[in-house]
Design a protein around this ligand. Sequence first.
Ligand code: XMP
Length: 451
Amino acid sequence: MPGINYQKVLIIDCGSPHAQLIARRVRDLNVYSEVKPYTADLENLKKDNYQALILIGSSAEEESAQEIAKIKQIIPLILDLNLPILTISLSEQILKANPEQKILSFAEQPKFKQTAAEKDLLKKFLFEIAELKADWLIEDFIDNKIAEIKAMVGQSKVIVGLSGGVDSSVAAVLVHRAIGKQLNCIFVDHGLMRKDEGDSVEQIFLNQFDMNFIRVNAEARFLGKLAGITDAEQKRKIIGEEFIRVFEEESQKIDNSDYLVQGTIYPDIIESGAGDGKLIKSHHNVGGLPEDIDFKGIIEPLADLFKDEVRQVGLALGIPADLVWRQPFPGPGLGIRIIGEITKAKADLLRDADAIYRAEIAKAGMDQELSQYFAVLTNLRSVGVKDDARTYDYTLALRAVKTVDFMTAVAAEIPFDLLNKITDRIISEVDGINRIVYDITGKPSATIEWE
Ligand code: XMP
């Protein structure tokens, strides 16, 4: 929970795909906001001290009669909260349900498209009508969170599993800022990271932040378990289970820890069921909580933050921009980007090719505009020719997508010249690849990853 000082806006989601977006826009205006589904226990929300309410509908065309009926039912409860209300994309039908209503709705009932006019509307509601202060500031959040963690932990020991990803890194640095060497970090390097990534994680946490940091080089152990495995889901399962096992073994070598830090962020909470059931990540949570280690408690310092806020916290704490802006990288790493059996030779080859691809994209200044871009080592070998000799080598696929929510995505239009340049470099610098293809499929029908 945020410190008691912040004013809070409650956003009730009546089936909109934009509820999270609105919550982020409110926070961009430095006002703290929370999203709840219209099915939440509204009576219970009374005691949470909200100062304003935004009701967001799914737009008239999409609401089913059943949904409208359900939403109408909660209108009296909503009015009972006695808050200034802004409604967005809510059908006239619902608003007319209560003729005596005190709902303050803006005439045009905008569908949210992030225009300047809509921002003005939101500002007018928050600052003129609801008379809120812009008091949600990242620096204050950090100070409050540090105080909260100190009070919670006391002299106890705390442990965190680092993945090299943004969320666990920011969580770890924040907790370290609060309790210093009482925090132990365990970084399980499964050998399926991208080129030089393990070293860079070590450099940041050990050298830059001087944290208690243990790197477990478990490449051989993971590859051993994965030998001969070709099924993607089985690979995920093996990597996930092994990850937990290694983490447990290492944590037992440290004196008992009372608390475990997790990099959970606010969208994880909304999307895992506290919201309206848009489950995204269920099968993705590799390397989750080790269930049979007993902790006094879990510390989730980022649980109130959206991803862009996590990044702001990371930058404010001095984490290098490269890490803070890192593109999403799946828990099983290159394990699901090597189609078929995983071997060290294949992983090395993919690492080299992927590093060239990413370097050229960054050099062309495209890295910030792409949501995710990476190379995939297919399991296909085909005939080619090099230095007048016949080759029989792998096909590498390049993927680059643009997406807002990773549920749908479009393939990015990378200029052909750039694709050519990348291809030339990979073919001449990486042995074992003789053919390169660019994946132009969107999601759906293809997923972003190939496995
Ligand atoms: P797909 O391939 O399902 O990916 O379109 C959507 C997003 O999820 C990431 N992804 C994973 N992340 N473990 C993870 O931590 C996984 O097993 C996994 N599979 C996919 C993917 O990189 C993309 O961002």
